[in-house]
Write a protein that binds this ligand. Structure first.
Ligand code: ATP
Length: 250
């Protein structure tokens, strides 16, 4: 299987502090890959390096084999790398369907002309409705985004990311703040996403991670401690030590 996303010797220093220490990842196309690690392990920094929000001190990021290290975030999105983002700041007052249709228009370069008659955007609306159906959000299509339950908002964020037609989707704690019952449903929906989309998940809830991921990378102190199947990671003495230590602190 070819690589969807790779990093080579990625390093990020903040002054004298190394937040990302020589990280080399190779995430296969279609993978369900989780990135875990205790607080402060460098997960967010790594995601920010992957998306282009931060520039690395050294090393490189490759998307489907092409070096994107120097590319801006929006260029990476166009090349097929998406992450979820907070909707409330982006589309206040819009309905669920309008928000996703807007994101589809953005991708198609119609963003500035959104306020043309809706008929001109029938295709975008159709595509947006398809995404809502895929994520089980159709019943709330005409609800204002702010009225959605928290777990449904997270699904909408995923719909917005999918509207960019990503080949790699980074999900940074998609269940954060979502009640347990809703997070299970959220993950069932994520697990049904098509295999053309490679998914990289950053998640604290180990139960969700072990149910969803087929491979897991464990970060500690900015470096990769282990990378393996969930079964092997669960048995790995070094990983257990890190997590038991963390559990004892919580
Ligand atoms: N802009 C910054 N300047 C200085 N230090 C930073 C900066 N961003 C992150 N760090 C440090 O880098 C380390 C890794 O932080 P990061 O947020 O990437 O970890 P994390 O694994 O995402 O943690 P958490 O699970 O708590 O979100 C932390 O010690 C943090 O204080």
């Amino acid at each position: 299987m070819s690589s969807a996303l790779q990093t080579r010797g990625l390093v990020k220093r903040f002054g004298g502090f190394t937040a990302t220490a020589d990280v080399s990842l190779d995430i296969a196309g279609g993978a369900r890959h989780a990135l875990i690690g205790p607080n402060g392990a460098g997960k967010t920094t790594l995601v920010n390096l992957l998306t282009g929000f931060l520039a690395p001190t050294s090393g490189s990021v490759l998307l489907e084999g092409r070096d994107v290290t120097r590319m801006a975030q929006h260029v990476r999105v166009r090349r097929g790398l998406a992450r979820t983002f907070q909707i409330n700041q982006l589309f206040p007052g819009m309905t669920v369907l309008e928000s996703v249709a807007m994101a589809v228009c953005e991708r198609r370069g119609l963003g500035a002309r959104w306020w043309r008659p809706l008929a001109a955007h029938a295709d975008a609306l159709g595509e947006a409705a398809g995404l809502l159906r895929q994520l089980g959000l159709m019943d709330e299509a005409h609800e204002p985004t702010a009225k959605l339950a928290y777990g449904r908002q997270r699904l909408l964020e995923i719909a917005l990311a999918l509207a960019t037609r990503p080949r790699v989707l980074l999900l940074d704690e998609p269940a954060a703040g979502v009640p347990a019952g809703e997070s299970r449903e959220l993950f069932e929906t994520i697990a049904r996403l098509p295999r053309e989309v490679t998914i990289v998940l950053i998640e604290h809830d180990m139960d969700l991670v072990f149910r969803f991921a087929e491979r897991i990378t464990v970060l500690v102190n900015g470096a990769v401690l282990a990378e393996d199947t969930p079964q092997s990671i669960a048995r790995d003495a070094r990983v257990r030590e890190v997590y038991l230590g963390e559990a004892a602190d919580d």
